[in-house]
Write a new protein. Structure first.
Ligand code: PHE
Length: 516
């Protein structure tokens, strides 16, 4: 696509809302409260805030600014800085592709739970029925066996999930513009309704105390730092080709230093709101202990249904509350899911000059077909393995390489200048940015990466999920092979040539012609 035709956000508010929509997702609703419960409540909030300020905010601004400067998706933007940076952008893009194949399925589960909320009418106080509802619907075997057995409700909801993802981004920034305000304000309204119910429950005060009052002894556990940095990355949607693509549609006059702060603190605000809802509800229903134990899907689909049937004696009220809860999760999930697709299709259409709409639909169809794997009996186990490698290995590795590349092999000064180009009021200070990109992020991420490797090989004998009966073959196929493919994807993709491929080569300091 030539520069003049590149679509842009309708207004700076649309960009901010779309970026918040991507950042605020299922991770705010269950990963954040879960980690807070695990790591001493307020103590985790403090550490998270430190990680957000020292790493999250500078990297978010960095990605948005290189997108705006280069007017290109992740691979092209990275290439514009130095040609050999391009594969880093592709690894991020490929990882986003892998993530969207299963994120769409989690989104489908959430749709399914909203639809099946009526089942809670007859389940008041019945913990067993409530906690088993989701597992029964998705027909999971809980292990890597059972590929043949597909769940029809999940497939139907998956179709709805992909349909709605495509609908929202069919015309890129223009169609995002139309839906984004609803997708941001609806979850906030839902959370506020749930907060009112939560804080009026007996035990709510204890819940609030547990969430906000720091248990300083938790700071001694190194895992609190590992988890906080990981959550900052996950929650801000950085290193996933998204923020670069979103930045590339920005108006040249936009104020990135200000927008970055708004995005980061809105994301934090939603995490805090979700935390209040979860802590008060769990303490109110006497289920506080499980909040710290289970993570991810277990928390959202097993623990919350159990809490829901204990909310009140009225089945109808509980079912209504459940519908609000899962509907809220739907609105959280959809704009994160479509941001992944948008990052991928932008990367491709920029590189190969393909029609954006056709590229988007192709990505949705291919990822949609692949996502069917997770609707089988073995799907949950496969999802667990894929998710673990994407977030513990690929994402972290991209973070290390991207920050080292930009921090040490490119003039970092140019990036700070780009961030602050239109800044009025707050400007990103150079020391803060340099410290984050050159030192704190690479060091913290390397420690996390090494820790994850040691944890896998030393503590778990090299096999992830042994307790759940996963075998080595499943780890190799769903973990290492996909990891390897993401790493080499940039080199392979570069072998492809298309007839519309842009001839000019964009670079940070101007446009030049390619030699060949
Ligand atoms: N940031 C989203 C969240 O907090 C998750 C996400 C991950 C979104 C990857 C897009 C890509 O849930």
């Amino acid at each position: 696509m030539s520069e003049t035709k590149r679509s842009t956000w309708g207004s700076s508010a649309t960009f901010i809302l779309a970026a918040i929509g991507s950042a605020v997702g299922l991770g705010n609703a269950w990963r954040f409260p879960n980690l807070a419960a695990k790591h001493g409540g307020g103590a985790f909030l403090l550490v998270y805030l430190v990680a957000l300020i020292t790493i999250g905010i500078p990297l978010l601004m960095m990605e948005i600014s290189i997108g705006r400067k280069m007017r290109s998706g992740a691979p092209g933007a990275m290439r514009g800085m130095k040609k050999w940076f391009e594969p880093i952008g592709w690894t991020a893009t490929s990882n986003a592709f892998v993530i969207v194949t299963y994120y769409a399925v989690v989104f489908a589960w959430v749709i399914m739970m909203a639809v099946f909320s009526f089942k809670f009418i007859g389940m008041t106080g019945n913990n067993e029925a409530a906690s088993g509802l989701w597992a029964g619907l998705i027909k999971t075997t809980g292990t890597i066996k059972g590929f043949g057995d597909f769940s029809v409700p999940v497939i139907i909801c998956l179709l709805a999930a992909w349909g709605s993802i495509y609908y929202c981004i069919r015309n890129g920034t223009k169609s995002i513009d139309k839906v984004i305000k609803y997708l941001i304000f609806l979850p906030v309204v839902c959370f506020i309704i749930m907060t009112i119910k939560g804080v009026t429950m007996p035990g709510a005060l204890q819940g609030l105390a547990a969430f906000f009052i720091p248990d300083f002894s938790a700071l001694k556990d190194p895992m609190i730092w590992v988890d906080a940095v990981g959550q900052v990355f996950y929650s801000m949607s950085v290193m996933m080709a998204i923020m670069i693509a979103y930045g590339s549609f920005l108006d040249d006059k936009s104020n990135i230093a200000r927008d970055g702060l708004i995005i980061a603190f809105s994301d934090l605000a939603v995490s805090l709101l979700a935390g209040v809802v979860m802590f008060t509800t769990m303490y109110g229903t006497g289920m506080q202990d499980v909040l710290a134990e289970k993570a991810g899907p277990g928390l959202a689909f097993i623990v919350y249904p159990t809490a829901i049937v204990n909310l009140s004696n009225s089945g109808i009220f509980n079912a209504f509350f459940s519908f609000v809860f899962y509907f809220c999760l739907c609105t959280l999930a959809i704009d994160s899911a479509f941001s992944l697709v948008e990052g991928i299709s932008t990367a491709f259409s920029d590189k190969f000059g393909t029609n954006k709409k056709k590229t988007t639909i192709t990505v949705c169809i291919i990822a949609g077909i692949i996502s069917l794997i997770y609707t089988s009996g073995a799907g949950l186990a496969v999802l667990d393995i894929v998710d673990n490698w994407c977030n513990s290995f690929t994402l972290i590795l991209v973070g290390i390489i991207e920050t080292i590349a930009i921090g040490w092999f490119f003039k970092t000064d140019k990036v700070v200048k780009e961030i602050n180009r239109n800044a009025t009021g707050f400007k990103m200070p150079k020391v803060w940015f340099y410290a984050a990109v050159k030192v704190i992020a690479p060091v913290a991420l390397t420690i996390i990466f090494v820790w994850n490797i040691v944890n896998l090989f030393v503590n778990n004998g090299g096999l992830y999920g042994a307790a759940d009966g996963y075998n080595m073959l499943s780890n190799i196929l769903a973990g290492w092979v996909i990891f390897g493919l993401c790493l080499i994807s940039g080199f392979v993709i570069n072998l492809i040539k298309t007839k519309n491929q842009p001839k000019e080569e964009k670079s940070w300091d101007g446009v030049e012609e390619t030699e060949d």
